[in-house]
Write a protein that binds this ligand. Structure first.
Ligand code: FAD
Length: 398
């Protein structure tokens, strides 16, 4: 489908989960795709690729359908853990909200997977795909667009190469080089907090329940994964540094204090890693035949477990916009098509950015009256199936 003047239809920069999944989606619709990834293929094979680390990811039901359609779910499911209930509580305060799949009349609330397993699966599928050209390691250096196409320059094996396409998709992550080159205004909110990630084993079984604990220092998530839990613990930067540097016994004591005894004693903790927490909003996400997708277009704190789920919905909307363009014989890199995509995506992005921000900031104020109101609010939500269903629709990606 490439026009006479282009070598391919779409060039994607960034082979993280969003870039890879977009390449597969486009190829399934017969677009000719070229994916450029800066990392070494060897990093994927040896589980050292920074985008595919051992973080646990919540896959909501809408994303599960997407991965099924893409043909990766059957291989992913055996490595996943089903989430049947969610328990939201406050540290040291009354009130809790419980979500249960039975009460919501759904087979399950979500699944938990490991980023490295999904990353490897996607990479292998892209690598083997006849209609996707995968170049790695390759670094995009610059690009120039005209009325008919975009010329993309990249470096591979110390050689400068270039290729022409109709559309350039920037899936190059939160610190997007492409976004910077385009000078697209970016609003960054720094939470001055750090998320500590680790695997945790506890005395009692998680019974496929995910825990969200709201503490004065920030939210904490515990995701059931096989016989352990994936921890995301938000702390002020200085405290996080201490918790990263301390020995396992001191870390486990502090964690036990913050998460309470619902799961009994913490018996083991795995390697700790950390992520700075910030939110990135990009009001204008396209320019001159380039469109930002995934974390390059929107970055949220991992505490809400929504970043990739939102990225997946973006891919689906992009595919719909391109399909409409194709039917109407429109140029897929035109402002008309990219604006239609952005109009469709913006409200969803705003909802998730706001929801995550609320989670990050609501519980910052440790004032008795506010804590009491929060407790009452939780009790109110807990007793309302309607409110819970509304919440489930948001978190479930519907
Ligand atoms: C601890 C943690 C837990 C999370 N939990 C969840 C969860 O439960 N559920 C959920 O939905 N989301 C979750 N997320 C968010 C999710 O991981 C991200 O939204 C998702 O991985 C973003 O993928 P991406 O492909 O957009 O970006 P990235 O993974 O950052 O990929 C960008 C890629 O671009 C490449 N690149 C960059 N510059 C160039 C260049 N110039 N040329 C070529 N290549 C380039 C990089 O090498 C990289 O591979 C979590 C995130 C974290 C940190």
């Amino acid at each position: 489908m490439a026009s006479e003047t282009t070598d391919c239809d779409v060039i994607i920069v960034g082979g993280g989960m969003v870039g890879l999944a977009t390449a597969l989606s486009l190829a399934s619709q017969d677009y000719r795709v070229h994916l450029l990834e800066a990392g070494e293929p060897q990093q994927v094979k040896t589980d050292t690729h920074p985008s595919f680390d051992d973080r646990t990811l919540v896959v909501n039901p809408a994303s599960q359908l997407f991965w099924e359609k893409l043909g990766v779910w059957s291989e992913l499911a055996p490595h996943s853990t089903v989430v049947n209930s969610v328990h939201v509580s406050q540290n040291g305060r009354f009130g809790a909200v419980r979500f249960n799949h039975d009460a919501m009349h759904v087979p399950h609330l979500a699944h938990v997977i490991e980023a490295r397993v999904l990353g490897r699966l996607l990479w292998e599928k892209v690598y083997r795909h006849k209609h996707i050209q995968l170049t790695a390691p390759a670094k995009l250096t610059h690009f120039t667009a005209d009325e008919k196409s975009i010329q993309v320059h990249y470096q591979q094996d110390a050689q400068q190469k270039n290729q022409r396409a109709l559309l350039l998709l920037a899936a190059d992550g939160a610190r997007s080089f492409v976004r910077e080159q385009l000078n697209l205004p970016t609003i960054t909110k720094n939470y001055h907090r750090t998320a500590i990630i680790a695997n945790v084993a506890t005395e009692l079984s998680h019974h496929q329940c995910a825990y969200e604990r709201l503490t004065a220092s920030g939210p904490m998530a515990l995701l059931p994964f096989h016989d352990r839990l994936g921890l995301v613990w938000t702390l002020p930067q200085e405290q996080a540094k201490q918790m990263l540097d301390t020995d396992d016994a001191t870390f486990m004591d502090a964690l036990q204090h913050a998460m309470g005894h619902r799961l009994g004693r913490i018996t083991r903790v795995g390697q700790r890693s950390s992520y700075p927490l910030y939110r990135i909003t990009v009001p204008q996400q396209y320019k001159s035949r380039v469109l930002l997708i995934g974390n390059a277009a929107h970055t949220v704190s991992p505490v809400s477990a929504q970043g990739l789920n939102l990225g997946v919905r973006g891919i689906q909307r992009l595919m719909a916009a391109l399909s409409d363009a194709r039917k109407q014989n429109h140029d897929i890199g035109s402002d008309l098509v990219l604006e239609a995509y952005q109009q469709q995506s913006w409200p969803d992005q705003q909802r998730i950015l706001q929801y995550t921000d609320d989670l990050m900031t609501w519980f910052k104020l440790d004032v008795p009256v506010i804590n009491g109101l929060r407790g009452l609010g939780m009790l109110a939500v807990d007793s309302s199936l309607l409110l819970k269903k509304q919440f489930y629709r948001l978190a479930g990606g519907f």
